[in-house]
Design a protein around this ligand. Structure first.
Ligand SMILES: *Cc1c(COP(=O)(O)O)cnc(C)c1O
Length: 434
């Protein structure tokens, strides 16, 4: 459920007409709904309410400072993956003490920064990494809190680039080697074993893989609690969102109308299945959802440049491109694309919806049916709040897009569109070419 819907003929985010935002701040622009993020957070929290729960929002999905502050105000910690992300948590005025640091290649500098800011735990993916964290902690004269990431070897039935819990990928330590890894950690005197972690993949829309992974790892988690008095079990993130029927899925009626066997995973079903498996462990439970928290809370607004009618093929050329939203080019992912002003008197059009970049990959949708829209009119890419802006680039010397946060009838620019001067500020012509 989310807060993007038509009021009359015009697409709104909460109470704000998206056309008003485009008029003020131009396009392409990401627009986020604070109420949708809060709803997502609260639904997750409510449905695992029987547990001692800490939600660590996986900030790599959307790390705008305003978004981080919003989640911090709601009570979230963060799942962070770099020194840069850690500095964002600080810059947002949020707390690192309830945050965890993940990733397979943390540098010494990043480890030091995290220790100096009292990170809740490092999520460790290999024995060499244990040694490195132990070394840095020793230099600082502190004990580093750690959890080891277990790879439960379950198939999350998701896209190959975002599955992480199978034995063939680079993440975590296989269950059968995990006991030895904990023994190795226990011998390192600057480490403190605090928990255990797993994460099986992203955009998972059925509960089965989560249940399978928790069931598979739970006996080992109980052993760790007995042996090392660990205090938490992080079951990672990965809860999927609706892309195909993104607009319709804003309403409860759409969810009610889905047959039970086709209904995408909800936090209600996730909580109902997992709470009884997790409660007996008697541990604090960490959740690290990213996409679920912000994915349906954002749209990318773009303006039509041209409608190019070809022989047997139409092209709708918009001012957003693969540099602004790379998911379709990178993962062949689907985004619903809708007109901001809906007009039932217009005909429908079938077109490839493309950006202006000189690459065939710069295509958002092939043979997509959409209401006829002409030059200067606005379209919105739905479900673009996660892995949108954060994956944007400056390819073709296109500045990073703007970001706006809506809250009820209020909205504010939370990241200005990047200027040419900002883009080229670090570049210079060397003396030998002058
Ligand atoms: C990416 C990632 C997440 C978040 O995944 P989502 O699918 O966005 O929920 C959580 N934990 C870890 C370790 C990750 O790498």
């Amino acid at each position: 459920m989310h807060h993007f819907s038509y009021s009359g003929h015009d697409l709104h985010c909460e109470s704000v007409d998206l056309a008003a935002i485009a008029k003020l701040y131009g396009t392409p622009t990401y627009v986020y709904s604070a109420a949708t993020m809060a709803d997502n957070f609260h639904r997750l929290q409510r449905n695992l309410g029987g547990l001692d729960l800490q939600i660590c929002y996986a900030m790599k999905a959307n790390s705008n400072l305003a978004v981080l502050r919003h989640f911090a105000n709601l009570g979230a910690g963060f799942d962070l993956v770099s020194g840069g992300e850690l500095r964002r948590v600080l810059a947002a005025g949020a707390n690192v003490r309830t945050s965890v640091f993940a990733g397979v290649g943390k540098t010494e500098g990043e480890i030091k920064l995290a220790l100096e800011n009292d990170i809740y735990a490092f999520h460790v993916e290999s024995e060499p990494e244990l040694a490195r964290i132990n070394h840095v902690a020793g230099q600082l004269g502190v004990k580093a809190p750690i959890a080891i990431r277990i790879n439960p070897d379950v198939d999350a039935n998701t896209h190959a680039k975002i599955t992480t819990g199978k034995s063939g990928n680079k993440f975590g330590i296989p269950l059968k080697h995990a006991a030895a890894a904990y023994e190795a950690a226990a011998k390192l005197k600057n480490l403190r074993i605090r928990g255990v972690q797993m994460h099986i993949g992203s955009q998972i829309t059925e509960v089965g893989p989560f249940v399978e992974a928790v069931k598979k790892v739970a006996p080992f988690v109980a052993e760790l609690k007995a042996a090392y008095a660990i205090e938490y079990f992080s079951i990672g993130g990965g809860l999927g969102i609706v892309y195909q029927d993104a607009l319709a899925s804003g309403s409860a009626a759409w969810w009610d109308a889905q047959p039970a066997d086709r209904r995408p995973l909800t936090p209600e079903a996730y909580g109902a299945e997992l709470t009884p498996l997790l409660a007996p462990l008697g541990l604090k439970v960490l959740l690290e959802h990213g996409r679920f928290m912000v994915g349906n809370a954002g749209v990318l607004l773009a303006r039509v440049e041209h409608l190019k009618r070809g022989a047997g093929k139409n092209f709708l050329i918009v001012d957003a491109a693969m540099n602004d939203l790379v998911r379709p080019a990178m993962y062949e992912s689907f985004h619903e694309i809708v007109p901001v002003h809906r007009d039932s008197s217009r005909r429908a059009l079938v077109a490839d919806i493309v950006g202006p970049i000189c690459e065939s990959g710069d295509c958002f949708a092939k043979d997509r049916k959409i209401q006829e829209v002409g030059e200067g009119e606005l379209v919105a890419f739905l479900s673009a709040g996660a892995y949108g802006y954060v994956m944007a680039s400056r390819y073709n010397t296109r500045g990073m897009p703007a970001e706006v946060l809506v809250n009820g009838s209020a909205f504010e620019l939370v990241n200005a569109r990047e200027t040419f001067e900002q883009m080229t500020a670090g570049e210079k012509i060397p003396a030998f070419l002058q």
